[in-house]
Design a protein around this ligand. Structure first.
Ligand SMILES: Nc1nc2c(c(=O)[nH]1)N[C@H]1C(S)=C(S)[C@@H](COP(=O)(O)OP(=O)(O)OC[C@H]3O[C@@H](n4cnc5c(=O)[nH]c(N)nc54)[C@H](O)[C@@H]3O)O[C@H]1N2
Ligand SMILES: Nc1nc2c(c(=O)[nH]1)N[C@H]1C(S)=C(S)[C@@H](COP(=O)(O)OP(=O)(O)OC[C@H]3O[C@@H](n4cnc5c(=O)[nH]c(N)nc54)[C@H](O)[C@@H]3O)O[C@H]1N2
Ligand SMILES: [Mo]
Length: 767
């Protein structure tokens, strides 16, 4: 179905985020998914000590013990998994893969849960049932036939538990490669690469409790009302207490303006609570220059304070005791030009000054950030500049203050902690060697972008996806499709049908798995799994629903099955781990010191905190100090080159999430808070740009990427929607816009696709 032709409407949304609309949308989700009444109880076990960790996002919970925390999009995520709809062999007998490819991502998702293992049959162009043993044997045969283990690549999506992820990395390293692309490569990799160089650890330095003590909260590039709704409850409390909340975002996202918590009746009848007291609206990718400008202004304010004999603005004690490189950093700030900072950030000096003064007043400041900061060419520099700014006033490792990257997938952080990492440390590999008696591969493996290039070039022949939807989550869609189709084997371990099953290798397997909400019964009884949230809390999660099908296996059992078939049980008795996941936790504790007494500590309600050294002001950097890092404004970027060629015809596009999607999973066709209903092919654009480019709202345009190669990258038929977005900037949804992002358009250092800054031209749609 072509959704560009479905009837939709645009109707600006006036009420606060949350409110009755949230309650209504929840009911719709439950009814539409035909969730059996008996499963409604599921919702009350979400993020409870005896329940499961919500698969919706990585935002932590108050002690994991509070009463039911209502979250509209958490309910949608759970309803999607607890759906009453099923697809089995009969469905696949009726539909060829070629026919299924005609369906939209929304339609594919709607079919329901996968129920049995399937293998692609080229003769009939259909997926046919296969036994689990045969599926494992086929995978093993392909893997063992490879002349070099580096010709296989093993993707992980961030819902996978610590236990499965640990087993997966152990298997893959024993097999002989560090090819671990993961969704983090597309997401917070810029954070994970930026922070170790400045504060030593690529994780949040705050815990939830710090939000109660913060007086200032800077929210960079995040849309919490949609993507981390429970964060809004926290911000609501902060705002009510009088903390200053600043939204730094090209868009005035509704949830950052006003929020009515469905948990608080007074909010629901009144107009909700005002969240942000200041909106700073950089141009796309302008945060680096903005933050550098704020830092320069803070330095000037300190100079003024010193000259006037007043209280220092800089935390001189922190700088002297804990930091390295401040003098060079300060010298660079002084030399930086104000006009250049204002031009590159798109933020007027008066706003930079206002933000600097607010920051300078704050005694305890938290900076949070999401994809608006991580998916640009200069993202690593921007995050390091933010770290610099926070260090200037000692806002790290202090109560109520710190760095708070807000992760996406519910266990994306834990997966990395337990070894899903294409660039493992030598220390970690040494431990694996010592504990398991094998020599792990030492050279760095392939990440997500490099895996696509390697599949395209025939250097990778086997792709195994532990969850996720690699074909749609990644950039340069036609190239990525060709790359996946170039494989000898693709294996997808999944809960629901998605396009990655249809864009497959010569051989292909769909291995259906239990979801987090389902009871995982093994020999020793029902199993719990552990996850680590965005603030480093590790806790247990127990499914409570009966499995969607008797044929389903847990992710752990599937990984163990593949490992056993490929490597045999000589060195590691893979299958014994499946009987009792506590045994896997014991293995994790053997290799990672932070997990000592893992089983005992995680048994406590709420679990335990993997305290990062940076929170305790211990700096795991080469200098042993918090490191200031100097970065210059960029010149000669692809966007600057494109603008030099096309002048003000050139626009910069961000690709983000609508309210009714979970990454590549489209639940429904609305984006309520942005006033979009019944459609997804919309393009947000400023009124002046419409006029300047000779378009009107309601017209359809085709988008073309301006890049340094001869490839035509286009996405067609987007409805122009006049929107309050900075001039020169465009907004649209992914995955529809992924064909526009060149594979080599990546962030420096982190190699993350620049999903929030794509240089494009608009043409009136043909027809
Ligand atoms: N319901 C739901 N929940 C989710 C997800 C989902 O798809 N649906 N996805 C999960 C995942 S994996 C992740 S990573 C998170 C993502 O959560 P977010 O980080 O909120 O991701 P996006 O929707 O991409 O929104 C990015 C925000 O950044 C802003 N932005 C874009 N460019 C810039 C810029 O240059 N500078 C600044 N300052 N801001 C910018 C956009 O206007 C938007 O508000 O959510 C997680 N939770
Ligand atoms: N243009 C653009 N592209 C982006 C982004 C962007 O902002 N713009 N954001 C990026 C980000 S932040 C991320 S994290 C990636 C997400 O990339 P992925 O993690 O690869 O994608 P998802 O859409 O989250 O994966 C959904 C699929 O996971 C499977 N699944 C769901 N639950 C489970 C489970 O419990 N177990 C298993 N085995 N499978 C399960 C289902 O089959 C479902 O179809 O996308 C990235 N792509
Ligand atoms: Mo993400």
């Amino acid at each position: 179905m072509d959704h560009s032709k479905t009837k939709g409407r645009i109707e600006p949304y006036a009420p606060p985020a949350g409110g009755l609309g949230s309650l209504k949308s929840t009911t719709v989700a439950l009814v539409k998914e035909k969730v059996p009444g008996s499963r409604y109880k599921t919702l009350f076990h979400q993020n409870q000590p005896d329940g499961f960790d919500c698969p919706g996002c990585a935002w932590p919970d108050r002690e994991h013990t509070s009463t039911f925390e209502f979250c509209e999009n958490g309910v949608k995520a759970v309803a999607a998994e607890a759906t009453g709809k099923r697809i089995g062999a009969d469905f696949f007998a009726r539909h060829t893969v070629t026919a299924l490819l005609q369906q939209s991502d929304y339609e594919l998702e709607q079919h329901g849960r996968l129920t049995e293992p399937l293998a692609y049959d080229a003769a009939s162009d259909r997926y046919l049932p296969i036994s689990w043993d045969d599926a494992f044997a086929l995978t093993a045969r392909h893997l063992r036939a490879l002349p070099d283990p580096n010709q296989a690549s093993f993707y992980t999506s961030g819902r996978t538990s610590n236990e499965t992820a640990y087993l997966f990395q152990l298997f893959v390293r024993m097999f002989g490669t560090n090819n671990f692309p993961d969704c983090s490569n597309l997401c917070h990799e810029s954070t994970s690469r930026a922070l170790p160089a400045t504060v030593g650890v690529g994780k949040a330095t705050v815990i939830l409790d710090d939000f109660e003590h913060a007086d200032t909260i800077l929210v960079f590039g995040q849309n919490p009302a949609t993507n981390h709704p429970r964060m809004l409850n926290e911000l609501r409390e902060c705002a009510k207490r009088g903390a200053a909340i600043v939204s730094i975002n090209p868009l005035k996202e509704r949830g950052l303006e006003r929020f009515a918590s469905p948990q608080h009746p007074l909010d629901m009848v009144g107009g909700g609570v005002a969240i942000s007291s200041m909106f700073i609206r950089p141009t796309l990718g302008g945060d680096f220059a903005l933050i550098k400008g704020v830092a320069k202004r803070v330095l000037e304010l300190d100079d003024e304070a010193v000259a006037a004999g007043g209280e220092r603005v800089l935390d001189a004690g922190f700088l002297a005791e804990h930091c390295s490189g401040f003098d060079a950093f300060a010298a660079d700030l002084r030399a930086e030009s104000w006009p250049a900072l204002a031009a590159d950030s798109g933020v007027p000096w008066s706003d930079i000054d206002a933000l600097a003064r607010l920051y300078a007043r704050g005694k305890a400041v938290i900076a949070t950030w999401g994809m608006g900061l991580t998916q640009h060419k200069n993202s690593v520099a921007a995050i390091q500049m933010l770290s610099n700014l926070m260090m200037m006033r000692g806002n790290i490792g202090k109560r109520g203050a710190g760095l708070c990257p807000v992760r996406g997938h519910s266990n994306v952080q834990g997966d990395r902690t337990v070894g899903i990492e294409d660039k493992p440390t030598p220390a970690f590999l040494d431990r694996l060697r010592d504990v398991y008696g094998f020599e792990p591969p030492r050279h760095h493996g392939l990440d997500a972008v490099d895996t696509i290039a390697a599949m395209r070039d025939g250097r990778v022949k086997v792709f195994v996806g532990l969850g996720g939807n690699f074909a749609m989550a990644t950039p340069d869609t036609p190239l990525t499709f060709a790359a996946l189709r170039n494989c000898a084997l693709t294996v997808q371990i999944s809960t629901k049908l998605n396009r990655s099953h249809l864009i497959h290798g010569k051989d292909a397997l769909i291995l259906p798995t239990l979801g987090r909400t389902e009871i995982d019964l093994q020999k020793s009884g029902p199993q719990g799994v552990t996850v680590e949230d965005s603030m480093c809390m590790v806790h247990l999660s127990y499914g409570i629903n009966p499995p969607a099908s008797r044929e389903l296996r847990s992710e752990t059992a599937i990984v163990a099955g593949i490992a056993q078939a490929t490597l045999g049980g000589g060195k590691v008795d893979w299958l014994s781990f499946v009987d009792d996941y506590a045994k896997i936790r014991d293995e994790i504790a053997k290799v990672l010191d932070a997990f000592r007494d893992f089983n005992a500590r995680v048994a406590k309600p709420g679990g335990f905190h993997l305290t990062p050294a940076s929170r305790e002001r211990r700096w795991l950097t080469p200098a042993g100090k918090a490191q200031f890092i100097v970065h210059a404004l960029e010149r000669d970027t692809p966007i600057q080159r494109a603008r030099a060629r096309h002048g003000d015809q050139l626009m910069v596009l961000m690709t983000a999430r609508s309210h009714d999607q979970y990454n590549t999973t489209i639940y429904a066709m609305d984006d309520r808070y942005r006033g979009v209903y019944g459609q997804r092919r919309v393009l947000f654009i400023h009124r002046d740009d419409l006029a300047r480019l000779g378009f009107s709202a309601g017209e359809r345009v085709d988008l073309f990427t301006v890049w340094d190669d001869d490839v035509e990258r286009r996405a067609d038929g987007f409805l122009l929607v006049e929107y309050d977005i900075p001039r020169g900037c465009l907004g649209a949804y992914f995955p529809e816009t992924n064909p526009l992002i060149p594979l080599d358009s990546v962030a420096d250092v982190s190699n993350t696709p620049t999903s929030k800054s794509v240089p494009v031209l608009l043409r009136r749609a043909a027809g």
